[in-house]
Design a protein around this ligand. Structure first.
Ligand code: NAD
Length: 422
């Protein structure tokens, strides 16, 4: 518990998998193993800033589990990043990759930093020095970072280039797969940038199929208009959904007739946020949760959907594009009131699935077409959703519990066969 008696984020993440573990009567030794990260790497490194001064930054890389394959997970650059948050995010990655049926484990990294406070040149030096400090703790067959909040394809290009430069000359061309989410020019995959948002839409499509609902009948509110929320909103609007409300760190806007997403995109690109968009009304932060919509998509930070906010939510379904957006109390309230929650480890797995495709392309020095990427993404997400629905029926539990049961099945099967060293 934290000093205020609250569960820490990592404790909340452990509690989520333990609920599923209870349902399948998981052996204590596996509960124990999965409750801890395997490795916790903390690096402090100095960087010279543009004004000639020097600042020491603290970076994290938490490697939670690699029984299914190399550690895999994003790098988050945000002022609130701390060890506890990165531990939780790393654990979620282990269950997400297992559920997605891809041969990766789980990890996460981050820097406690507001990227907006630094120039591009400073950010390039910070990222390069962070990569150097991580050194052989990452690698294309060992631990493969990717973008998350505050990082982008540009960040990944810098990580890859730095890693290549500190590798022996004979290996420099074969280490592109040390990170995924790179620009296409540097070895990235078509479809990776929007893959998480696209996967969130596929999750909603699957839910519609289960509930005999039509995508183009749905109204949606979205919290977060960055990589995930922005692409999701765009694709959902193209599919005929009415996006009634969008919130980001600059404010919340509402247009009950539907927000023109391409125009909002241009406004955000020019001004840096949704505030001031003149084709929608500005409302208070809490109004985002009160507005009447069929679907709520949190695509920003953790713990945004609290009990108080869940109580006023009108949505029939919450599709968790962000990691850990719903508190345990809110989750219980939503379940008790018949509001479905498509959990993060399922709903936002499109990004890591296409990261896997990027890694395969790097290994084989080939580039897939968009149709190849998209059809395989859809197939893997469909299989994961179908398995979750099957577990849901079998165990009569929440969709989150069902998703963890599917992930645990896969992890435990491999532990049972491999045994625990020595
Ligand atoms: P991003 O940095 O591109 O965008 C974050 C968005 O959240 C921005 O629009 C920002 O303004 C908004 N935001 C920040 N604080 C807010 C607040 N207090 N209220 C409302 N909005 C706020 O980040 P992203 O990559 O889109 O990641 C968003 C979430 O999705 C995170 O939880 C991340 O872990 C998760 N996720 C990302 C990926 C990926 O491929 N990028 C994959 C899986 C999960």
């Amino acid at each position: 518990m934290t000093s205020g008696g609250q569960r820490s984020l990592h404790q909340a993440a452990v509690a989520q998998f333990q609920r599923a573990a209870d349902l399948i009567d998981l052996e204590p030794r596996y509960r124990e193993i999965l409750s801890y990260p395997k490795n916790e790497i903390i690096v402090n490194f100095p960087v010279t800033l543009d004004d000639g001064s020097m600042k020491v930054f603290t970076g994290y890389r938490i490697q939670h589990n690699n029984i299914l394959g190399p550690y895999k997970g994003g790098l988050r650059f945000h002022p609130k990043v701390d060890l506890d948050e990165v531990r939780a995010l790393a654990a979620w990655m282990t269950f997400k990759t297992a559920l997605g049926g891809i041969p990766f484990g789980g990890a996460k990294g981050g820097l406690t930093i507001n990227p907006g406070d630094y120039s591009i040149d400073e950010m390039r030096r910070i990222v390069r020095r962070f990569t150097h400090a991580l050194g052989s703790n990452i690698g294309p067959d060992h631990d493969i970072p990717a973008p998350d909040m505050g990082t982008s394809a540009e960040t990944m290009d810098w990580v890859m280039d730095t890693y290549a430069n500190i590798s022996p000359p004979g290996f420099r061309q074969s280490v592109k797969g040390v990170v995924t989410g790179k620009s296409i020019a540097c070895g990235g995959s078509v479809g990776r940038e929007e893959a998480t948002g696209r996967g969130v839409l596929y999750s909603l499509r699957h839910w519609c199929g289960e509930h005999d609902a039509r995508l183009d009948d749905l109204s949606i509110s979205v919290q977060g208009f960055g990589n995930v929320g922005g692409h999701f909103a765009d694709l959902a609007a193209q599919a005929g959904c009415r996006i009634k409300a969008v919130a980001d760190h600059t404010g919340t806007i509402v247009n009950t007739d539907g927000i023109d997403i391409p125009k909002l995109r241009r406004h955000v690109d020019e001004t840096g946020g949704v505030a001031g968009f003149d084709m929608a009304d500005k409302v208070d932060t809490e109004d985002l949760f009160r507005i009447e919509t069929d679907v709520f998509v949190p695509a920003a930070l953790e713990n945004q959907l609290t009990l108080e906010r869940a109580k006023v939510l009108s949505a029939r379904v919450v599709v968790e594009a962000a990691n850990g957006p719903t508190t345990r109390e809110a989750d219980e309230h939503l379940f008790a009131n018949g509001v479905d929650v498509v959990p993060d480890i399922l709903a936002n797995s499109g990004g890591v699935i296409v990261s896997y495709f990027e890694w395969l392309q790097n290994k084989s020095a080939r580039a897939w077409s968009f149709d190849d990427v998209d059809s395989r993404l859809r197939e893997l997400m469909w299989v994961a959703h179908d398995r979750v629905v099957h577990a849901l029926r079998r165990y009569d539990c929440t969709r989150r519990d069902a998703a963890y049961i599917v992930a645990l099945d896969r992890i435990i099967d491999v532990y049972d066969r491999r045994g625990i060293f020595p």
